[in-house]
Design a protein around this ligand. Structure first.
Ligand SMILES: [Zn+2]
Length: 296
């Protein structure tokens, strides 16, 4: 969306946060400020009359072109937001531009004439001034670090990736951000391992539960088999008793058979005696017939 408003500033870097807030209102300003502190703004090209930039928005990267010419501020952003007179992305870009230019503005402030004289005549004072400048520079780094750490804390709270590292020169402050990023990466790696281990533990628990079920089933089956074994054992004892009875009966039968054989022998002997007695009777009868006179 493209917009034009009249503007009293001569340079884009002179647009102070308070001025921007008074134009867009508290809500859009707050969102723009948040985007800036989350390091979502990339200024591609900037000078006093124009800024070309990109901002990581909610649904992608949006491009901005902001111009200040002849008292007219023209803002253009590729986002679909209907915020007026310009969107949160342009707010974020203006704030970032103001922040990155602010130290230069401080440095170019004219030094009062008497102070210059003191510097000329006192070299040790000059070195103090130089160290003060380097302290200013470090304050700027610390400011960037504080902005970054706020975004980082929010990202950690929401379990999101850390914002991009601020563009800092090599030194203590930069090493802090790098150390924090390393710690975060190590934490994420250990967190991943912990989750994998937890998943494996869950699988093991399921496996143990399945094995326990199988064991309970097998124990139940073993109990059934034990009952069946007792029944078969009982039947076997009954069969054993029957076999023993049978053996007694067989013995008795054999004894009867022996007795029968004895009786048979006796009968045969008696038969032979009867046969010889019959023969004797026949002979007696024949003798009697011969001795008896024939009838007349
Ligand atoms: Zn926008």
């Amino acid at each position: 969306m493209r917009n034009r408003i009249s503007c009293s500033a001569q340079k884009l870097s002179q647009l102070e946060p308070e001025m921007v807030e008074s134009v867009v209102g508290g809500h859009v300003f707050k969102l723009g400020h948040q985007y800036m502190t989350e390091n979502r703004v990339r200024i591609l090209d900037a000078h006093e009359g124009q800024i070309n930039s990109e901002v990581d928005g909610t649904y992608g990267v949006y491009s901005q072109t902001i111009r200040l010419k002849s008292g007219t501020l023209t803002t253009k952003c590729s986002c679909p937001a209907s915020e007026q007179p310009f969107c949160r992305h342009c707010v974020a870009v203006l704030l970032k531009n103001f922040q990155s230019r602010a130290p230069e503005e401080v440095v170019v402030e004219p030094v009062p004439e008497p102070a210059k004289e003191i510097i000329k005549h006192a070299p040790e004072e000059e070195s103090k001034a130089a160290s003060s400048s380097s302290v200013d520079f470090k304050f700027h780094e610390i400011g960037a670090f504080v902005d970054w750490i706020q975004g980082a804390m929010e990202a950690i709270a929401k379990d999101k990736p850390l914002p991009n590292l601020p563009d800092l020169p090599p030194g203590a402050v930069r090493s802090w951000t790098e150390a924090i990023q390393d710690l975060r990466l190590q934490y994420q790696a250990s967190e991943k391992e912990r989750k994998e281990f937890q998943s494996e533990l869950h699988d093991c628990k399921n496996h143990i539960a399945t094995l326990t079920q199988d064991l309970e089933k097998s124990t139940g089956e073993a109990k059934d088999y034990k009952v069946k074994y007792a029944e078969i054992r009982n039947e076997l004892d009954q069969c054993q008793a029957m076999l023993e009875e049978h053996a007694v009966i067989v013995k008795e039968r054999d004894r009867f058979a022996d007795q029968m054989n004895g009786l048979r022998g006796e009968l045969l002997r008696k038969g032979a005696e009867l046969d010889s007695l019959a023969d004797s009777l026949k002979k007696v009868s024949s003798a009697l017939q011969a001795a008896t006179p024939p009838p007349r």
